[in-house]
Design a protein around this ligand. Sequence first.
Ligand code: SF4
Length: 285
Amino acid sequence: MNNCSLCPNFCKVDKAEKTGLCKTNGKIKIAKYYLHKFEEHIISGKNGSGTIFFCGCSLQCVFCQNYELSRNLRGKVISVNDLADIFKELEDLGASNINLVSPTHYSNKIVEALSIYKPNIPIVYNTHGYENLDVLKALDGFIDVYLPDIKFFSSSLSKRYTGKENYFEVASKAIEFMANKPIVFGDDGLLKKGTIVRHLVLPQCSFDSKKILDWFSTIKDKAYINIMSQYTPFGDIKDFPELNRKITRREYDSVIDYAISLKIEKAFYQDFESASEEYIPHWDY
Ligand code: SF4
């Protein structure tokens, strides 16, 4: 924390004194925790996934649907002990798992909280994929299920929307590491260990999505992929007119057809109608 390198931004700031590119200091800030029923069905189950939304983000996509917390830091500060109590509360409510959303820049604090209270349900690491591989390796013993995004293949696209030219290079290596976790299902049909990679198809980006599928096909036996259609114009996109629309059915279908042609069988597809602001949670703090 004196020299923060928790993510590939390597800000090297002392987070007790300064914020890094993730916009956070050494304190944990969250916007909401609850039983979330709209993750993949093998994650949410009947009761819902015990989801905790952390504030700040080390990637800062311009189109983030959670921009109020990722960019504007809307939320409340909690202690490590509070976080451990939240794990217990969600478990007592019957959560299928503990789902840590945007955990990267708090990973050291999360390990501290898990050392205070380790729930008897899977721990899910729900990330944008831009991860420091050394940190991931250190965390791996605490994590049961990985839910990483893979957002862009092209470096010009990732630079345009996040400022990071090396997104694919970094995220693909991180996800290839995650996919080494063997897939394990429980008797209840829920994923207890393993990886689901998420890819959100963006407007005018079907070509990039297909490049991502070419890469994913190299790990297709070791992980699931969820090809998502739910992009909704949101966030700080006034300078990006191409992002100011939902994707078309034709764009989505062409990506799905390509996945089928690559014989990617561990795959989830979304209802095309999923593109709606109703799916964005209401923040508690
Ligand atoms: S976690 Fe935040 S402060 Fe640390 S390297 Fe990443 S962006 Fe910088």
